[in-house]
Design a protein around this ligand. Structure first.
Ligand SMILES: [Zn+2]
Length: 287
């Protein structure tokens, strides 16, 4: 094929000490061919197509927008805000069963089935010093991004190691916040297959950080996809383990008004049982 340094086209003399220059010319030829739709049967890219425009804001391709999507996302956020009002008014725990979830959505991007970050919206709405603890199987990259430079918001996340799991490009232990928010973002990536003992040990570390922060409100991004068998997860936390996770969080929540926001948790027969196991820890025994 007549392509490459020294090929037809008189590149030979250009190669003398300028190999890179020859390479540039070759690349330009290929680009010209790609742009020639008739030549290779490829259609021209239209970057104003709707899917291309959505790609400016979505960081994956798993989160479609359809008729009704905005209504669902809007009312999911309103659910979290209503629960935040209850927490503020009664100084107790409230649970917001939000669908769609929110913790992957950032200031100006969506993805991971999340459009609006319900937990972050509610935390900001509370206008106070808030600690957010994300126990979903996946890293809460949207929540981290929203508050990354904010020292009034402590964001903590336990999740599957992003080298192995979605969202892949966020969630390392070395992501600690920036500017005034440096030190107010903490991540605990855990290996696939993590079970009750290792999870609870790490949770205790996170709860100690939350306690030291001294929040006025506590927001839990609760994902039940950490339980063994969840089709979207890869941990081996048991239902009993999830109940214990609830008890340890509730131990802190007993002193700090707490909002629990539903994140992940997928098609598993025991999903309802798991939700009850976790939430029961927050039910007051004296009512
Ligand atoms: Zn998840």
């Amino acid at each position: 094929m007549a392509r490459g340094p020294g090929a037809a086209g008189g590149l030979g003399s250009d190669r003398e000490g300028l190999g890179v220059r020859g390479l540039r010319i070759v690349v330009a030829e290929v680009v010209d061919e790609l742009l020639d739709a008739d030549g290779i049967g490829r259609r021209q890219q239209a970057l104003d197509r709707i899917d291309a425009r959505l790609g400016r804001y979505s960081f994956d391709t798993s989160t479609p927008i359809a008729e009704g999507t905005w209504d669902a996302a809007y009312w999911s956020a309103q659910c979290a805000l209503t629960a935040a009002d209850l927490v503020r008014a009664y100084r107790e725990t409230a649970y917001a069963l939000c669908r769609p979830p929110g913790h992957h959505a950032g200031v100006d991007f969506y993805g991971g089935y999340c459009y609006l970050n319900n937990a972050a919206i509610a935390a900001r709405y509370l206008q106070a010093r808030v600690a957010i603890l994300d126990i979903d199987y996946h890293h809460g990259n949207g929540t981290q991004e929203i508050f990354y430079s904010d020292p009034a918001m402590l964001t903590c996340s336990l999740h599957a190691d992003p080298d192995e799991e979605y969202p892949y490009y966020w969630g390392g232990a070395d992501e600690l916040g920036t500017e005034a928010g440096e030190g107010f973002n903490r991540n605990w990536p855990l290996p696939l297959g993590t079970g009750d003992a290792a999870y609870l040990e790490t949770l205790d570390e996170a709860l100690a950080v939350v306690r030291d922060f001294g929040p006025e409100y506590f927001v839990i991004s609760a994902g039940f996809d950490i339980v063994a068998g969840d089709p979207g997860g890869g941990f081996k936390v048991t239902t009993a383990g999830l109940a214990e996770i609830g008890r340890r969080i509730a131990g802190l929540a007993g002193h700090v008004p707490t909002l629990i926001v539903q994140e992940g948790g997928y098609l598993l027969d025991e999903l309802g049982t798991n939700a009850v196991a976790f939430l029961s820890a927050f039910v007051r025994q004296d009512v």
